[in-house]
Ligand binder design. Structure first.
Ligand SMILES: C[S@@+](CC[C@H](N)C(=O)[O-])C[C@H]1O[C@@H](n2cnc3c(N)ncnc32)[C@H](O)[C@@H]1O
Length: 244
């Protein structure tokens, strides 16, 4: 065979190979597309809590990871009938309180805050004194809306826990930023959380917040406890654990 004909045949052969590769790539793309559609259909059952809630409140929120983690926890508490009240320590204007209460309106929800900003004597850095002053009880009440089962404890924590010594909790959300406040929160709530109950703490992986006060307090308090904390990749680095 002359060199000229051999060249033509080789070019044709290469052309076929290229065509076959292109077809395989196309088929692969189609396969992944169909697979993704099937997965979407299957996961339509997810999340286990109200889907409209997920689409209307969680997805458009500023921190969907934080709020969907909270929603899943509350869903488990209700599903598994874990006994005990709910609590949020560090409420500010009640944005998260509203969310928690909407998910479990039948659970008693205690809200602890000065509603006047940080207690000055708890501050390591006096420049923080101005933060979180922009609130008042009326704003919180208006934000939450339905106040059935909501008990507001205004003042400096833990003084505001008086009378709750025998109370049990199934969901606790601590978002109080300061080293002493977090430690006080853990000291009060930890022994009162029911088995399987959840404790969340905001700002653990947020070293800018109050000189890493949350991280220091949590590490110190949890050092001799059986529970292991789980770090959440939400915006300000929350943690959660379930009581053993
Ligand atoms: C980060 S804000 C809470 C934000 C709220 N959880 C939210 O999601 O919108 C922190 C709050 O903790 C409160 N706080 C911190 N230590 C406190 C203490 N020992 N007693 C009462 N309130 C405290 C402050 O007044 C402030 O409103």
């Amino acid at each position: 065979m002359s060199f000229f004909f051999k060249k033509i045949l080789d070019t044709k052969k290469n052309g076929y190979i290229v065509k076959i590769i292109k077809k395989i790539t196309l088929l692969k793309k189609l396969y992944y597309l169909i697979k993704a559609e099937i997965i979407k259909k299957i996961t339509l059952q997810y999340p286990p809590y109200n889907r409209r809630f997920h689409n209307d409140l969680i997805k458009p929120s500023w921190d969907p990871i934080r709020y969907s983690t909270i929603a899943l926890a509350i869903n488990s508490i209700l599903r598994d009938k874990i006994q005990g009240s709910f609590a949020e320590f560090g409420v500010f204007r009640g944005e998260t309180s509203k969310f928690i209460h909407l998910l479990a309106p039948g659970k008693r929800l205690y809200l602890f805050d000065t509603f006047e900003g940080f207690p000055e004597e708890y501050l390591e850095d006096k420049n923080e004194a101005k933060r979180f002053k922009n609130t008042k009880l009326e704003i919180v009440k208006k934000n939450i809306g339905d106040l059935n089962n909501v008990i507001i404890r205004k003042g400096i924590f833990p003084e505001t826990t008086k009378g709750l010594e025998t109370e049990k909790f199934s969901f606790v959300y601590i978002d109080a930023d300061l080293y002493i406040s977090i430690l006080d929160g853990l000291r009060f709530f930890y022994p009162r959380i029911s088995q399987g109950g959840y404790l969340f703490i905001h700002d653990y992986n947020n070293p800018q917040e109050s000189n890493a006060g949350v991280l220091r307090a949590v590490r110190e308090f949890m050092a001799d406890k059986e529970e292991k904390i789980l770090e959440i990749p939400d915006i300000l680095g929350s943690i959660v654990f379930r009581k053993i």
